[in-house]
Design a protein around this ligand. Structure first.
Ligand SMILES: C[S@@+](CC[C@H](N)C(=O)[O-])C[C@H]1O[C@@H](n2cnc3c(N)ncnc32)[C@H](O)[C@@H]1O
Length: 346
């Protein structure tokens, strides 16, 4: 009866156990061995008993490891973890955990504060004075690397599923709004090398993401161009066959999204497509759990105006602007990814 309540009450300890398991390579060691005895695994960890054993037992109590009944039990990975290793996605999950540890959790410490002041108070956990996390990333190269290290791997992972559902065979000129480190743009251009892509994003400090995007663009994809711009204030280029928003509209309020999608409408040639690629919640706003919990970060840290939206929000906003042929697709990922596609009438 009290299990759920107490699990959440001690949720911070649960996350620390997971983080330790990831950073100390517990899941990787088990994956290499298939299964391993408690004594063999615990002596392979940097701390001595009882710390090492208590870490493993804590992970088992959370059902993040499987154990047998003996004293010196056999330990194996749960099916979800085994699948991440089998599919080559473990490093994506590791970077997600680091992003939670180094950016989301320090920011979310201010969640109640953000509710009381109706703003993203969590951004104060990061150096700088800009109103959004993205303004502040620019002041700290180490933070930029954690953020984009995660973003690149997360987007690269989801892009595989995205490209199974969305074809760019007939596209000529694509605008990637807030394209970040270029993970999606790179995935698209690798499959469709005939497309020209303009990636709109803010400036990044030298030596971090600015040089990364520009070196990717220059070295491998002469058709990929980084345009330094403020997507909220500046107008977009025109004549596009496609305008893509990947992990972008979740940052902004309904009004800001209306304006961004209106700019996309004006940037498109008649018959062109807008494509939204992001986490999506179910209409009840109560599931999937990952999407519901992610909203706390968008409300209290990122810009304070966004959330993980349901498909109906995009559908209505797009139709209000004049888009037609709205189509929604749920991707078969372990993340709550969905896609919305709509057309500017010909
Ligand atoms: C969550 S990341 C998504 C990056 C990329 N689309 C992806 O899916 O990997 C949001 C991106 O929006 C950019 N961004 C935020 N505010 C912006 C603004 N006002 N103008 C331009 N870019 C902005 C950030 O720099 C960041 O690269």
């Amino acid at each position: 009866m009290f299990e759920e309540l107490l699990k959440v009450t001690h949720g911070s300890a649960a996350f620390q156990l997971l983080l330790a398991g990831v950073r100390l390579g517990i899941f990787s060691k088990i994956d290499e061995a298939g299964e391993i005895r408690l004594s063999a695994l615990s002596t392979n960890l940097p701390s001595t008993e009882p710390r090492s054993v208590l870490l493993i037992k804590g992970l088992a109590a959370l059902h993040l490891l499987k154990t047998t009944d003996e004293d010196d039990c056999m330990i194996s990975n749960i099916d979800a973890v085994s699948k991440l290793f089998k599919d080559g996605d473990w490093s994506v999950f590791e970077k997600l955990v680091e992003f939670q540890a180094q950016i989301v959790n320090p920011g979310q410490m201010n969640f109640v504060e953000s509710l009381l002041h109706d703003t993203n108070s969590g951004v104060s956990a990061f150096p700088g004075s800009g109103p959004t996390l993205y303004d502040r990333l620019n002041t700290d190269p180490a933070l930029t690397d954690v953020f984009f290290g995660y973003m690149q791997s997360y987007t690269t992972y989801a892009s595989k599923y995205f490209l199974e559902e969305v074809s760019f065979a007939d596209s000529k000129y694509l605008i990637d709004v807030g394209g970040g480190g270029g993970a999606l743009a790179t995935a698209i251009i690798e499959r469709y090398p005939h497309i020209r892509i303009d990636l709109l994003d803010t400036d990044f400090p030298d030596g971090t993401y600015k040089s990364h995007v520009e070196s990717v663009a220059a070295a491998t994809h002469e058709n990929l161009n980084h345009i330094q711009t403020d997507i909220l204030k500046d107008t977009f280029p025109t004549g596009a066959t496609d305008v893509v928003f990947a992990h972008q509209l979740v940052i902004w309020s309904p009004d800001q999204n209306h304006q961004l999608l209106e700019k996309a409408f004006n940037a498109l040639s008649p018959g062109g497509r807008v494509i939204i690629f992001s986490s999506v919640t179910n209409e009840d706003l109560e599931s999937p759990l990952m999407a519901v919990l992610d909203t706390v970060y968008f409300q209290s840290v990122a810009s304070g105006h966004g959330q993980i939206y349901p498909f109906s929000f995009y559908d209505k906003t797009l139709r209000d602007i004049g888009f037609t042929d709205v189509e929604t697709i749920t991707l078969k990922t372990w993340t709550p990814h969905g896609v919305v596609i709509a057309k500017r009438p010909a």
